[in-house]
Write a protein that binds this ligand. Structure first.
Ligand code: ATP
Length: 368
């Protein structure tokens, strides 16, 4: 029987409330399953911690994240907490965490649940695709570097390596194998999103992508320019299954995806490497909502479901896989019912009401 230790980073702003709500759901799962064994360590880290101590995360907390089976983070950063150079602490902490965990692939599902507010008039046969963002290189490789020449010129360098691109492309094809294909016809496909017509680095990204694609003859592979992809995401998103792209393109298109299918309050994410994984909602800390019990906790709860799915797949553990399905089904159920939703989704329920209702729907599912 497997047991897993999860390192929790509740963070700043609405982060702790969304984390507490997610714990309500996870604790209910643990209480009702004899086979699911999760334990938690929680660490104070982020912008408020930096304000109090001068560091974003302690060495011990970072070591604990590396030693844990998975990391669940809520949201980090406060706009009024700045480092001496004027930048926010969030990028420093997140890039440090990503590098320490070596999580090369960021996964953002873009899935339209019945009842969720969709920004598109036409939803065709449904929306269910995944944005995979290369997470350690691309334009973000320049983080902490870059050059400023006097007061006139500044540069950052976009880095693409064969190793980094192969890892993320391979991850994309393995994910496509586990999925049901695109909504329009069930075809399993991975699309490389780039700007290969302009940049040598991104032409190389495409070249390496097709080298990896050759090992997956059962999955359709294609390439689309990033500007065209932004159009297709709003005109015919049902024609896509798995998209893979450079770091900065993924940063932008994944928020566009979240906006299409109900907003940041519904967008989960996972950052996955060979040995570690970190899960967190797509949204930030929304400081103006903090402490009011109105934040939508569903993105964090769905991120916990992705974590359970990853643990289940990695350790061949059915209890985790079933728990992941139970959480996602409970969330889908409350969205379809529509009467216990937070204000961002047009409801008037509190964060704690939503958490309790998701947990109760799990209970109903397990009593059947
Ligand atoms: P960051 O730069 O830290 O990612 P951001 O600028 O993207 O942050 P967020 O904090 O994610 O901004 O939120 C932007 C707005 O979206 C918030 O001000 C809030 O109105 C809304 N929002 C985000 N997350 C939630 C949530 N969980 N529940 C309700 N509203 C939310």
């Amino acid at each position: 029987m497997n047991s897993y230790r999860i390192a929790l980073l509740p963070g700043d702003g609405i982060g702790p409330e969304c984390m507490d709500a997610t714990r309500v759901v996870l604790d209910r799962l643990i209480a009702e399953s004899t086979d699911l064994h999760l334990s938690f360590t929680s660490h104070d880290a982020g912008a408020d911690y930096y304000r109090r101590t001068g560091e974003t995360i302690t060495r011990d907390a970072l070591d604990d994240c590396v030693a844990a089976n998975a990391v669940l983070l809520s949201a980090i950063g406060l706009p009024d907490v700045r480092q001496p150079d004027g930048t926010e602490v969030q990028p420093t902490m997140m890039v440090g965490l990503r590098r320490a965990l070596n999580v090369h692939s960021a996964v953002r599902p873009v899935k339209l649940y019945p009842g969720a507010p969709c920004a598109l008039k036409d939803t065709g046969p449904g929306i269910d695709f995944v944005v995979i963002r290369e997470n350690l290189e691309g334009l973000f490789a320049s983080f902490g570097g870059g050059a400023k020449v006097g007061n006139e010129v500044a540069t950052d360098t976009l880095v693409v390596t064969r190793k980094g691109t192969s890892q993320v492309a391979d991850f994309a094809f393995r994910l496509a194998q586990r999925r049901n294909g695109r909504p329009s016809d069930g075809k399993k496909m991975v699309t490389c999103v780039d700007k290969a017509n302009v940049f040598r680095s991104l032409a190389f990204f495409r070249e390496v992508f097709f080298d990896v694609a050759a090992s997956y003859p059962d999955i359709d592979s294609s390439a689309v320019y990033v500007d065209a992809m932004s159009l297709y995401m709003v005109q015919n998103p049902w024609d896509f299954d798995v998209l893979v792209m450079e770091n900065q393109f993924g940063d932008i298109l994944s928020d566009l995806g979240a906006g299409i299918v109900g907003g940041l309050g519904l967008g989960p994410s996972g950052e996955i490497g060979e040995d570690h994984a970190l899960f967190q909602p797509s949204h930030g800390t929304a400081p103006q909502l903090a402490g009011k019990n109105v934040a939508n906790p569903l993105a964090t709860i769905l991120s916990a479901a992705m974590m359970l799915d990853w643990l289940g797949d990695r350790h061949n553990d059915n209890a985790c896989l079933e728990a992941a399905v139970a959480v996602e089904s409970a969330v889908a159920q409350i969205l379809a019912e529509g009467d216990v939703l937070t204000p961002d989704l047009g409801g008037s329920a509190s964060t704690t009401d939503v958490a309790q209702t998701v947990a109760d729907r799990l209970a109903v599912a397990s009593a059947r």
